[in-house]
Design a protein around this ligand. Structure first.
Ligand SMILES: [Zn+2]
Length: 261
């Protein structure tokens, strides 16, 4: 639960000594959090940048350090800040999508029981058109990034770094989304990949996915580099179908092994 909500709920009925503090503190920290949120939105603090210390912000906003620290916690919960301890620590500005997206997706997964088939359906509907848009707007730097991604996935695979390989092969699809310059494609692709992580992670440890995705990506890339959009799209569809079949087999194998053990 959001710390702000906790504060406001507690204030209504409880009459203990502790509730007095609980009523007042979140209000100040909430104001500080809102102020910081505004400054981040205005670009006064950029992604990756460290905020001034709690002491400095407390002076600036004329509030206690505790309120500033509480505001940090609120913004951390919202995925806007990452608070690190230690000498080189502090409150760092994050891209807001990941934390919020992850929490909300986890809710959806728990509530609605997403299946491999659901993912497959949406990916087939989304990605071929996304690819076409991406290729209309791609720069040479984008194509270089895509090639670099394929090389890195290959290296991870050959060196047996399975986690890296999975991350890189998912990254291929995120790069395609970013090439569209459409933030909604990027958001949707990241959401799909988050769901894939969540739902495939239970089958991943059983067997490796082999090199199929890397070979597919390489072939899609070749068609892209040759300017053959139709072939690139056709192979992307084939790739999604193939991955879906592969995952379905892994799911069955996983269930089979579970039953045996
Ligand atoms: Zn792929």
């Amino acid at each position: 639960m959001n710390p702000v909500e906790m504060g406001s709920k507690r204030s209504s009925s409880e009459g203990s000594l502790f509730s007095i503090e609980a009523v007042h503190k979140p209000k100040i920290s909430e104001t500080v959090a809102n102020q910081l949120r505004k400054e981040i939105a205005l670009g006064h603090f950029k992604v990756g940048e460290k905020l001034p210390s709690d002491l400095e912000l407390a002076r600036r906003y004329q509030v206690g350090r505790t309120a500033v620290r509480e505001a940090f916690r609120i913004l951390e919960f919202n995925g806007l800040l990452s608070v690190r301890a230690g000498n080189s620590g502090g409150a760092f500005v994050c891209r807001p999508d990941q934390g919020i997206l992850k929490t909300q997706l986890e809710e959806i997964l728990r509530m609605d029981g997403v299946s491999v088939g659901h993912l497959y359906e949406v990916r087939l509907a989304l990605e071929p058109d996304m690819l076409e848009t991406a290729l209309k707007r791609a720069t040479p730097a984008d194509l270089a990034a895509l090639r670099e991604n394929v090389e890195r996935s290959e290296a991870s695979f050959l060196e047996g770094r399975q986690q890296d390989k999975v991350r890189e092969t998912y990254g291929f699809h995120i790069i395609l989304a970013e090439m569209t310059r459409n933030p909604i494609y990027v958001f949707l692709m990241k959401a799909i990949i988050e769901i894939m992580y969540q739902s495939y992670s239970r089958v991943m440890p059983v067997t490796d996915f082999n090199r199929i995705p890397i070979d597919d990506h390489r072939e899609i890339l070749t068609h892209i580099e040759n300017g053959n959009i139709a072939e690139a799209k056709r192979h992307l569809v084939h790739h999604i179908e193939e991955i879906n079949d592969g995952v379905m087999k892994e799911v069955h194998l996983h269930d089979f092994l579970l039953k045996k053990s």
